[in-house]
Design a protein around this ligand. Sequence first.
Ligand code: CA
Length: 232
Amino acid sequence: MKKKKTGTTKKNPAKTLVLYTTAIIILLLALFFINQATTDKAQDLTRVDEQPSIVNQPVIGKEEAKVTLIEFGDYKCPSCKKWSQDIYPLLKAEYIDTGKMKLVFVNTLFHGDESKLGALAGEAIFSQSKDSFWEYNEAMFKAQPTENHDGLWITEKKILDLSQNISPQIDVQKLKEDLSKGTTLPQVEVDNALVEKYGITQTPTIMINGIKISNPFDIETIKSVIDKELGA
Ligand code: CA
């Protein structure tokens, strides 16, 4: 950075590169922390220009509800388990069961093959019975181990056993065939495209009428956004 060091550029380009890289990293870290601090103080509640399409996505609640909450979730993600158990029941009781809001689940594959298998199965069950999807969804988050969730647990056997127990409406043999053929891969790819289009980087990500909530556990903000949308 000092003028004197210009001479070292020719002699030792590697050293200069390290210096520049370090400077850039420090700058990026500073920007990151500044950004974090701003986000923590007040959530950025900007609305996307065009809300995600929910065509052929599982929906719980009244179709005509004024508010739509999209959950970008992953069965392999521990925060999603926590969200489904701590936040979802509160929202369901207050807004979904009362017809004010509907919730849409979009698969977000952030944990590799197991995320993908869980998503393929969810889409396969959804194509058989829309209601059974929600039973599967709940059962999967419940089945996620509280400890060592990184260990292998989403397997075909696990999914078939779980499906057998949750709903008689699920044709388990058909589900098995769909999984081995990858029948629902196109549906999973539709979800993936939404994840990319909307720059989803964390799970769960919550979007209310197109407003991305940066902290999905901030129930007060979530409720105030929903209430505002209901009043709008
Ligand atoms: Ca989907």
